[in-house]
Write a protein that binds this ligand. Structure first.
Ligand code: COA
Length: 262
């Protein structure tokens, strides 16, 4: 099963892996070790067939993730700054966006800087009503470096993205919902239940088709490929899968499909 490490807690419930970033005394900020451990947990979970979806959250009542660990990068050089960003993209942010199973961010408090970027890399965001979200990097003399300049505009549009990034303002959960940054807003108590409502639907569907859907949706945001062409190709390929035979067979037989992810 999926191992637990110093800053990452993981638990499987009903086919869902719940990953908790666990540095509450530092508001779950992302240091190198946390990034490494989160990456390893995700790599391990990808090969566990019984895990159909992931919920990612932060420990404690206060923060999802309050950003990259500022103390750790305080004395970085230009080269180290570039490395920090590119390793983060590779191990976490692009990795999550292109993950084969849906990942839901359960945003239980502050999601700032790298924390909001982490939530935005996830496929779905459910946000508790105490959450505060923002990209405050320009207050520190840097810019968002974990995909925030790109993904925020994809979710809220260019105008709101400019405003949030250049003012460094935090927004509340209701505004996040209105602007398309949050799929749902709940109380903190109900946050995981709302995520489970979503994962319970995912768990009954074809893992193969879901994996392909994630790939094709992302293709639409990749300038080097034509999303429509990728869709045609992948749509065709799905006719050759075991899940397609099972899904269509179950429909014809008027029974529930039992997908094996084949
Ligand atoms: N990196 C490193 N440490 C962080 C951190 C971060 N991004 N965010 C919070 N912490 C630490 C604080 O230094 C503090 O540690 P200490 O108790 O050892 O001093 C602890 O977490 C609690 O934070 P604190 O600032 O005391 O809580 P608060 O309730 O007064 O303020 C925030 C909460 C989120 C407004 C504030 O912590 C903050 O602005 N954090 C930085 C957010 C940010 O700029 N993120 C983008 C980074 S690129």
């Amino acid at each position: 099963m999926v191992a637990t490490s110093e800053y990452i807690l993981s638990e499987v419930k009903n086919g869902v892996l719940i990953i908790t970033i666990n540095r509450p005394d530092k508001l779950n900020s992302l240091n190198k070790q946390t990034i490494e451990e989160l990456h390893e947990t995700l790599v391990e979970a990808e090969n566990v067939n019984d895990i159909r979806a992931i919920i990612l959250t932060g420990a404690g009542q206060k923060a999802f993730v309050a950003g990259a660990d500022i103390a750790e990068f305080a004395n970085y050089s230009v080269e180290q700054g570039k490395q920090l960003s590119s390793i983060g993209h590779f191990k976490i942010f692009n990795f999550i966006e292109n993950y084969s199973k849906p990942i839901i961010a359960a945003v239980n408090g502050f999601a700032l800087g790298g924390g909001l970027e982490l939530a935005m890399a996830c496929h779905i965001r459910v946000v508790s009503d105490n959450a505060k979200m923002g990209l405050p990097e320009v207050s520190l003399g840097v810019i968002p470096g974990y995909g925030g300049t790109q993904r925020l505009a994809q979710l809220v549009g260019k105008g709101k993205a400019f405003e949030m990034i250049v003012t460094a303002d935090m927004i509340n959960a209701q505004d996040a919902y209105k602007w398309g940054l949050a799929n749902y807003v709940t109380t903190q108590e109900e946050l995981l239940n709302k995520c489970f409502d979503i994962t319970s639907k995912i768990a009954t569907k074809s893992p193969t088709a879901i994996k392909t859907a994630i790939k094709v949706i992302n293709a639409g945001y990749n300038n080097s490929v034509n999303g429509f062409e990728v869709e045609i190709e992948e749509f065709g390929k799905s006719f050759g899968t075991g899940d397609f035979k099972e899904g269509v067979g179950a429909f014809m037989d008027k029974r529930k499909a039992n997908f094996k992810g084949e």
